[in-house]
Design a protein around this ligand. Structure first.
Ligand code: SF4
Length: 581
């Protein structure tokens, strides 16, 4: 009861206490229902011995990370949320795992796992390495199995996206990605045959950070890139030698990175690695930067296309780093040739580029104009009935001060003072070419002040007519970043202006991408607003009114304006075209 009476250090009203008791009861009830329904599903394991008593090295990932989300890499982010839906429904509807080879191995697997598999096959022979879906582990793990290698991107659901949206929505329970990760590690065959368990991948840092390694039964966690160190580590594990609990791997040279031998999820193919622009919250910038040769890339594209991945996801932290010139001047010829070469390969139905930075677009807008036709034609997305492409870009902030402190290379070859102009102009060029970016903003960077937040609001105002999907995120200090020692930004630390950024971004997203939901959102927000007011405090009231659309409707009605997002969008085009002509 003490918990209900005192919270955040002050006494609360009886209404607040009643709301919390009811919401805890409802959340608890839902979680119990889900837990109970899970117990009714039989675990897929039988006591039959696997063929040849098992495979010495078995590679895998959790159900969620082995799925291609029906070819929607953006929906994959939902795995970081607690979903009060039984696992078997999620596995069937949200992240199915149905691509299996005749021998029971996985047809597609995460790209990083495929790289590791290639190196291990080269060293230990194909018959000694198998990459499998978690639901088929019982066919491969037996007395002969010595090592299980698991790759993971977000095992505990504490990456940038999952941490932010779980806390905003105040969802209770474990993120789906953690539920599946625990499910994988509790596999009966692991307990029976006791192989060494080694976990690596870009999210592996979360496990020692949360001190969950022993609880999860993991022998060794690998932090960093795999290529140089992984063979030696697996050899020691096969020989039964001691391994450290956490190993920081060595940085590989480009020539040590092999081409994958079997197809990857989403048809992923890496075109560059590392960045070098030096953003302090970012881990790729800590890696050595290189571009892979065109033949290397096309070999992997052909392999994927031949094996029916249909899509090709060009993995990079910035497309414009591909064979970049000095001072981050983009290499138009190389980039255009790369996209055109991928486009020509038989079997490539969709092309998606992972990330791009904004400054090179301003530096040479012809690159976008030359690659956009192929990207739009082979896009996974459609907007208002016609194809449009998307790409993830980082806006992060509108503040010159924060750019200078934490991201002073992000806008090169321009100066930090030009950041807002760079963003507006680059987004305009992308939109002019039917590319509608997904843009991240980071809230709560160390030493963020009120004027920095106001600068971001100012930038959002300049972009109010742009076709963007915003994803505002809370600052998260990742293990492999310059800011790794800093405290994560928590939702409770946000002030009203920071909340304002979140609500404006999501208002923009709804107006532009799903205006048909406006009524539902309006009534839903109004109904739940007392709950969020109580959960997040008084500072949420104004942002929530803005997000609901009530404020806008009220003001517009008073002014006699009927807001049509499409109209705003066309005016954006006109503005930008005028500017660029
Ligand atoms: S530009 Fe992007 S990839 Fe490069 S350091 Fe900054 S955030 Fe990281």
């Amino acid at each position: 009861m003490q918990k209900y009476i005192h919270s955040r250090g002050w006494m609360r009203s009886s209404t607040e206490i009643a709301i919390e008791i009811i919401s805890d009861f409802v959340n608890g009830f839902l979680s119990k229902c889900v837990e109970t329904s899970e117990k009714l599903i039989p675990t897929r394991f039988n006591d039959k011995m696997p063929r040849n008593s098992g495979v010495p090295i078995v590679l895998t990932a959790s159900m969620i990370e082995m799925s291609d989300f029906k070819l929607n890499p953006f929906i994959a982010f939902s795995g970081g949320f607690p979903l009060s839906i039984p696992k078997f429904v999620l596995r069937k509807k949200l992240y199915p795992n149905f691509h299996i080879n005749e021998d029971g191995t996985a047809k597609y697997a995460p790209y990083g796992l495929r790289k590791v598999e290639t190196l291990l096959i080269k060293e230990f022979g194909e018959e000694n390495v198998a990459t499998v879906h978690p639901h088929n582990l019982h066919e491969f793990v037996g007395p002969k199995t010595k090592v299980i290698g698991i790759s993971t991107m977000d095992p505990l659901g504490i990456g940038f996206v999952s941490r932010t949206y779980t806390s905003i929505l105040r969802l209770n329970g474990k993120p789906a990605t953690l539920v599946e990760f625990e499910d994988l590690l509790s596999n009966v065959a692991f307990r029976k045959y006791k192989p060494r368990i080694i976990v690596g991948g870009s999210g592996a840092w979360q496990i020692p950070r949360a001190k969950m390694q022993d609880m999860l039964g993991i022998d060794t966690v690998l932090i960093g890139q795999a290529e140089r160190s992984v063979v030696e580590i697996f050899r020691k594990a096969l020989d039964g030698e001691e391994l450290d609990k956490v190993i920081i791997t060595q940085m590989p040279k480009r020539k040590e990175v092999p081409t994958i031998k079997k197809p990857s999820l989403y048809g992923t193919v890496e075109i560059t690695r590392g960045c070098g622009r030096g953003c302090a919250f970012c881990s790729p910038t800590m890696r050595q930067r290189y571009s892979f040769p065109l033949e290397h890339i096309l070999r992997e594209v052909k392999l994927n296309a031949k094996n029916g991945t249909r899509a090709i996801l060009l993995q990079t932290d910035d497309l414009f780093l591909y064979k970049t010139k000095r001072n981050f001047i983009p290499n138009r010829e190389a980039i255009v040739k790369l996209i055109q070469s991928v486009d020509k390969i038989e079997g490539v139905e969709f092309i998606q580029i992972a990330h791009a930075s904004l400054a090179p677009i301003v530096n040479d807008r012809r690159i976008v104009e030359e690659i956009a036709p192929a990207l739009v034609e082979k896009s996974l997305w459609a907007c208002n009935g016609k194809h449009c492409a998307s790409i993830e870009v980082g806006i992060e902030t509108g503040s010159v001060q924060l750019m200078k402190k934490h991201m002073k290379g992000k806008m090169l070859p321009y100066t930090p003072e030009k950041w807002q102009d760079v963003v507006v102009q680059a987004i305009g060029t992308l939109n002019d070419n039917d590319i509608y970016p997904l843009a991240t903003l980071v809230l709560g960077l160390p030493r963020e002040q009120e004027e920095d937040i106001l600068a971001t609001l100012e930038l959002l105002e300049k972009l109010k007519n742009a076709k963007i999907f915003y994803v505002p995120l809370l600052f998260t200090s990742e293990e492999e970043s310059i800011l790794k020692g800093q405290r994560h930004k928590d939702l409770k630390d946000l002030d009203e202006s920071q909340w304002d950024i979140i609500s404006r971004c999501w208002r923009h997203n709804l107006d532009l991408w799903a205006p048909e939901l406006n009524k539902i959102i309006l009534y839903g927000t109004l109904l739940t607003s007392p709950y969020y007011r109580w959960k997040h405090g008084r500072k949420i009231v104004k942002p929530i009114m803005e997000f609901s659309g009530l404020e806008k409707r009220f003001v517009n009605r008073r002014l006699g304006i009927e807001c049509q997002p499409q109209c705003c969008t066309s005016s954006f085009y006109v503005e930008n075209k005028n500017k660029n002509s």
